[in-house]
Write a protein that binds this ligand. Structure first.
Ligand code: FCB
Length: 390
C-alpha cells in the first residue's frame, strides 16, 4: 500500500475498533452468564473471556499501537447495578478508569450503555417485556451520566432490532421468552428507553452526542416480481428504518453496524459468487455503500460503529477492510456525512451463541495464556489510521 493515500478521509475522522463488555470481560450477574451452559455451539461459556476487565490498560494500549484515535466499548449494567437500585462504587470507578485511560492515550471513548446483556434481577422482573423497563433503565443511565462526565459520545442500545428479534421474537438468545407479542412489547420498550435515555444524557451533559447502533443490512428482492419487491420493502423498513424512525428527533448521529447482505423473497435464489467469512456470512462491501446512501435521508452525521469478519487465518481481513473503506469513501464523496469507522473487533472475543471459535480480532487471543498477538491485517489498519486514508 503506498504511503501517500489516494483515498483521504475528512479531517477529524474517527478511526476506531469496537468491543462489548460481556464479550471481552466475561460473565457476571447477567442473564447470558446463567444461560450459556449447554447453549453455545462450541460448548464454551464466557468465563473471564479475554480478561479485559483486568487488562483494560493493555488493551487500550493495543488500540493505540494501531494508531486508532477512538475506541468503542460497553458498560456492563450488571456490574454497575448488581441489585436493583444498588450501585457498585467499585464498578463505576473501574469504568471511570477505562475512560481516563482512553483520554490519557488520546483515544476518544465511545460508550455503549446496553449491549445485549441484562442484570439477572432485571430479567426476573420481566426484562424488556416489563412496562416499567424504560424507567428502570433510565435510572441506570442517569447514574452513568452523573458519574462518567468525560464521555462525549454515547450509544444507548446496541442493535435493538436484531437483539429483540433473537431474544424475544425467535427466542434463540436469553431470555427466550418468544412470540410476536413478546417481540412487539420488547421493541416498544427499547424505543421508549432510548428516548428517555437521550433526554437524560442531554440534561446531564449539554454537548454530548447520543445515538443507537442499528444492525443495518443491504436488502434486495431476489427478483423483480412485484410480490418480492413488496417483501423487500417491508424487510427494509423493519431492519433498517424502524428503530431510527420511531426514535426520530432523539439522535445526534446515526450508528450503523454493517455485516449482512440479504436477497429475499419467494423463488430461486441467484447463484452467489461472493466470498464468505468463517461463519458463512457473505462478504459484500457494496452493501455498505447501499446502506449509507439509504441513511442519507436522515441528514445526520453517521458513525459506522461495527464492521468486521470472522477470519481465523486472517486471509481476507486486509482486503475486507480496504474494500469496505473504499465504499465509505465513495459514500462520503456522494454526500454522506460519515464521521468515523470502528472495526469489529480489537481482539478475538466471546461471540455469543457461537462461543469462542469465531475470530474477529485484529489481535489474536490465546485463551490459555491470554496473550494478544497482532494479526498481519492489524498493520494494514494501523497504516490507514495513521494516514487518515489509504
Ligand atoms: C454484532 C454484535 C457484536 C458482535 C458482532 C460480530 O451483531 O453487535 O456484539 O457479536 O455482531
Amino acid at each position: 500500500m503506498p504511503d501517500k493515500p489516494s483515498h483521504s478521509f475528512p479531517k477529524g475522522f474517527l478511526w476506531g475498533t469496537a468491543t462489548s463488555s460481556h464479550q471481552i470481560e466475561g460473565g457476571t450477574l447477567n442473564d447470558w452468564t446463567i444461560w450459556e451452559p449447554g447453549h453455545t455451539h462450541d460448548g464454551s461459556i464466557s468465563g473471564a473471556a479475554c480478561d479485559s476487565y483486568r487488562r483494560f490498560k493493555e488493551d487500550i494500549g493495543l488500540a493505540k499501537k494501531i494508531n486508532s484515535n477512538a475506541y468503542r466499548f460497553s458498560i456492563e449494567w450488571s456490574r454497575i447495578e448488581p441489585r436493583q437500585q444498588q450501585f457498585s462504587q467499585q464498578a463505576i470507578q473501574h469504568y471511570q478508569e477505562v475512560v481516563d485511560e482512553c483520554r490519557r492515550q488520546k483515544i476518544e471513548p465511545v460508550v455503549t450503555i446496553y449491549h445485549f446483556t441484562q442484570p439477572i434481577w432485571f430479567a426476573e422482573l420481566g426484562g424488556w417485556n416489563n412496562p416499567a423497563a424504560p424507567q428502570i433503565f433510565n435510572n441506570y443511565v442517569l447514574y452513568l451520566a452523573q458519574n462518567l462526565k468525560r464521555v462525549k459520545i454515547w450509544c444507548t442500545i446496541n442493535e435493538p432490532g436484531l437483539y429483540v428479534w433473537n431474544a424475544y421474537g425467535q427466542g434463540k438468545w436469553p431470555p427466550q421468552k418468544y412470540g410476536l407479542w413478546s417481540w412487539w412489547t420488547a421493541s416498544n420498550n427499547l424505543i421508549k428507553s432510548h428516548r428517555l435515555a437521550y433526554r437524560t444524557l442531554h440534561l446531564m451533559q449539554k454537548n454530548c452526542q447520543v445515538g443507537i447502533a442499528n444492525n443495518s443490512q443491504a436488502i434486495e428482492p431476489i427478483n423483480n416480481h412485484c410480490l418480492n419487491r413488496f417483501i423487500g420493502r417491508i424487510a427494509n423498513y423493519l431492519i433498517n428504518d424502524h428503530f431510527f424512525q420511531k426514535t426520530a428527533g432523539c439522535h445526534d448521529y446515526l450508528g450503523i453496524n454493517y455485516y449482512f447482505h440479504r436477497q429475499i423473497g419467494l423463488g430461486r435464489r441467484p447463484k452467489n459468487q461472493q466470498w464468505h467469512n468463517d461463519l458463512g456470512w457473505e462478504i459484500y462491501p457494496q452493501g455498505l455503500y447501499q446502506v449509507l446512501m439509504a441513511a442519507k435521508k436522515y441528514n445526520l452525521p453517521i458513525y459506522i460503529l461495527e464492521n468486521g469478519l470472522a477470519d481465523s487465518q486472517d486471509q481476507h481481513r486486509q482486503q475486507f477492510i480496504t474494500e469496505h473503506l473504499a465504499m465509505v469513501y465513495r459514500a462520503i464523496h456522494d454526500g454522506c456525512q460519515v464521521k468515523g469507522y470502528f472495526h469489529w473487533s480489537l481482539l478475538d472475543n466471546f461471540e455469543w451463541k457461537w462461543g469462542f471459535k469465531p475470530r474477529f480480532g485484529l489481535y489474536a487471543v490465546d485463551y490459555q495464556s491470554l496473550e494478544r498477538r497482532p494479526r498481519p491485517s492489524s498493520r494494514t489498519y494501523a497504516k490507514i489510521c495513521k494516514n487518515n486514508g489509504f
